[in-house]
Design a protein around this ligand. Structure first.
Ligand code: GLN
Length: 551
């Protein structure tokens, strides 16, 4: 593979600590390079041994982002797609588990011809091959590769080593960016550069010298500190980019350009811009976001929140962003409130508190906890005509609720909760049963993009404005075909179905009965983009605005 000659690679590594926005920095670099006319692929490397992100607990790891192909990936891949405004391919994602598995399988089939197989060079070669493969699969001009974790982690060393070798072989085509953090200790109120200096020393110990430093921090970096970092980190002062906390992540590309980041990147990569100012749509979006006044209040009922005393909404990242995209497009400021469904079960909270919201979302989920609370909530919003949007589990539970309270199937349930229910209105898909019996949990759900046909004259078909759609999935259960006729007779409409008519993809109530009561078996949030909001989210927010006017 000698495509590397013209192809350019930018490695993004993190210093000081995690959680400072390396993913958003990578996404924004993608957006600004794209705005200069280049085709860019963004790639995430996760150093853990899981083969993909599918088996990880969302409370610990955050959202599992599913690609069209069905690969279950890290939530950063969602940011990448949102900022690039295009779909990414499975070759744009890599974990240590994936890499090791490939190396071990090759060894088992004598692929190394009897040699010792070692971390260096065999694992690092595999990493390099994959990076180069991703660039040719995407046909991109520039790859921006985010190496997960922080410098000094034991787990990501091999990836940094692979990047170093790629640079050694292609000195003009590879650069490194360090995303660092400059804390401002409360007691002194002064921004400190020392952790960044230490991080650089650590990077250098791997034989890598960053070309650019992105200095994250609560405030903008002043010139004095830029000079200090430049001097101690051996980079020109203009290569130190100030990246303060800001109101919206969608402003980061615009902010980077204030420090001429694309110019510096292209210069370092010996490239010339193809297009002049392609950032106009981002600038427009940012000024729109900043001028929003009227609010729309959305309640999101979940359960993956609790980590100690902190409330984390990371598990629902794409849902949050999708609500924002549509609210922004409709000129409203979205105010989202997190409600733990377990509170409705324990009686700590009453479902009537939902009447304060303009709209309510029940996002995806798994397992038993919090389920009866969600069903209580759905009953309340259905009966009180509060706009409701159910995503995956949220659609299945809306079907259960409707079956119980309207279709007269008293103890209807999903077999995920009660395998012995008299009315299994949601049941495991036949091929899934086998996987479960064999204990095969990894990458075995119904995953990725599948088409669905929409029924004319429904909310869904009106929102999409087309007859056939394609959406991403991640589930094991489905509406039980044996109950479809009975539930439809009671008034719930299955407005989206798989092409063979067997799988129910969308359930909704007619507008004459409820302003917006709709659930999807798929995850529309995964395809919503800031510059292209999802039609169903937009329809939901529109209905919520109608309610807010009436309130
Ligand atoms: N637990 C449900 C299923 O597996 C819903 C999954 C989801 O919400 N992603 O079918």
């Amino acid at each position: 593979m000698s495509k590397t000659k013209q192809h350019k690679y930018i490695f993004v590594i993190g210093g000081v600590m995690s959680g400072v926005g390396k993913g958003i920095a990578t996404s924004s670099i993608g957006a600004i390079l794209q705005s200069k006319g280049f085709k860019v692929n963004l790639m995430k490397i996760d150093p853990y041994l899981n083969v993909d992100a599918g088996t990880m607990n969302p409370t610990e790891h955050g959202e599992v982002f599913v690609l069209n192909s069905g690969l279950e990936t890290d939530q950063d891949m969602g940011n990448y797609e949102r900022f690039l405004n295009r779909d990414l391919s499975p070759s744009d994602y890599m974990t240590s588990g994936m890499v090791y598995k490939a190396v071990i399988e090759r060894e088992r089939s004598l692929g190394y011809k009897g040699k010792f197989v070692e971390a260096i060079p065999h694992v690092t070669d595999e990493i390099r091959e994959r990076i180069m493969q991703a660039s040719s699969t995407s046909g991109s001009d520039i790859s921006v590769i985010e190496i997960g974790g922080t410098i000094g982690d034991f787990q990501n060393e091999l990836f940094i080593e692979a990047a170093r070798v790629l640079k050694l072989k292609n000195p003009d085509d590879v650069i490194f960016i360090l995303v660092s953090y400059l804390p401002v200790p409360g007691t002194i109120g002064e921004m400190k550069t020392r952790p960044t200096q230490n991080a650089i020393r650590q990077v250098n110990s791997y034989g890598v010298q960053p070309d650019i430093i992105i200095a994250r921090g609560p405030q903008a970096l002043d010139h004095k500190r830029k000079e200090k970092i430049a001097l101690s980190c051996s980079v020109p002062v203009e290569h130190v980019i100030s990246a303060p906390d800001i109101e919206t992540i969608y402003e980061v590309p615009v902010n980077f350009e204030k420090d001429n980041l694309s110019g510096i990147l292209l210069n370092a990569l010996r490239l010339r811009a193809i297009k002049k100012d392609g950032l106009a749509p981002w600038k427009k979006l940012v000024s729109r976001i900043k001028s929003l006044k009227d609010e729309v209040h959305i309640g999101i009922i979940g359960k993956y929140f609790d980590t100690g005393d902190f409330v984390l909404s990371d598990a629902y990242l794409s849902v949050i962003e999708a609500v924002k995209h549509s609210a922004y497009a409709l000129g409203k400021k979205p105010i989202m409130t997190w409600i733990n469904s377990k509170d409705f079960e324990s009686g700590d909270k009453d479902a009537s508190l939902l009447s304060q919201f303009d709209g309510v979302v029940v996002p995806g989920g798994f397992g038993e906890s919090g389920i009866e609370g969600k069903i209580k909530a759905i009953k309340y919003v259905r009966e009180n005509k509060i706009p409701y949007f159910g995503l995956c589990y949220g659609m299945q539970l809306a079907t259960v609720e409707y079956a119980r309270h309207v279709a007269g199937l008293k103890d209807a349930n999903t077999t995920e909760i009660n395998p012995k229910t008299a009315h299994p209105v949601i049941d495991i898909m036949p091929e899934q049963k086998k996987h479960m019996e064999e204990g095969k949990y990894g990458a075995t759900m119904r995953l990725g993009s599948y088409p669905a046909h929409l029924k004319k004259g429904t909310i869904a078909s009106e929102a999409y404005g087309q007859d056939i759609i394609s959406e991403r999935h991640r589930h094991r259960y489905e509406v039980n075909p044996d109950y479809i006729a009975q539930i439809e007779k009671a008034g719930l409409v299955f407005s989206g179905r798989s092409p063979n008519g067997v799988l129910m993809e969308i359930a909704e109530l007619p507008k004459s009965v409820h302003p917006f009561f709709l659930g999807t078996q798929f995850h529309p949030e995964l395809q919503s983009r800031p510059l292209a909001p999802h039609p169903l989210f937009t329809a939901f927010i529109k209905a919520s605005l109608e309610r807010s006017k009436r309130k």
